[in-house]
Design a protein around this ligand. Structure first.
Ligand SMILES: [Zn+2]
Length: 135
């Protein structure tokens, strides 16, 4: 177990992060020290076991041209790779595979496709695990 070497009085506290000092020495920081560290971009987090890990998903939205959105097909965050395409096809999206590919290529930006007055919007985002929801 690495302990905090950033502050002398923290020598018994477990380190959560480190950075490489000028001559390659590793400087360990506990959670408290790393939270106050002025250059967080130089910190590397020690591996931690987490109960969950964010995963890729999609927000899918269908708009009618008048600004109202269809309540039946509102926001669908999904982790499963096949479900978003399946869902878009059911809704009548003409190019669901290309739409999803564009979304994956450029996350956090909404991509859209229009057909028969409906606008299909997809956005690739990070979501909490939804495995139980999608099964
Ligand atoms: Zn510390």
């Amino acid at each position: 177990m690495e302990t905090c070497t950033y502050e002398l009085s923290h020598s018994a506290i477990t380190a959560t992060h480190f950075y490489k000092a000028y001559e390659g020495d590793r400087v360990n920081l506990c959670f408290d020290c790393s939270s106050r560290f002025g250059y967080p971009e130089h910190l590397v987090e020690y591996p931690v076991k987490r109960a969950f890990r964010p995963q890729a998903g999609f927000l899918i939205n269908v708009q009618i041209g008048d600004g109202e959105h269809s309540l039946a097909a509102d926001v669908w965050p999904m982790g499963n790779a096949d479900k978003p395409e399946e869902w878009l096809n059911v809704l009548g999206c003409p190019d669901s595979d290309a739409l999803l590919a564009d979304s994956l290529w450029e996350p956090y930006r909404t991509h859209y496709s229009v057909r028969d007055g409906f606008t299909f919007e997809t956005t690739s985002v990070l979501v909490l695990p939804l495995a139980q929801v999608c099964k």
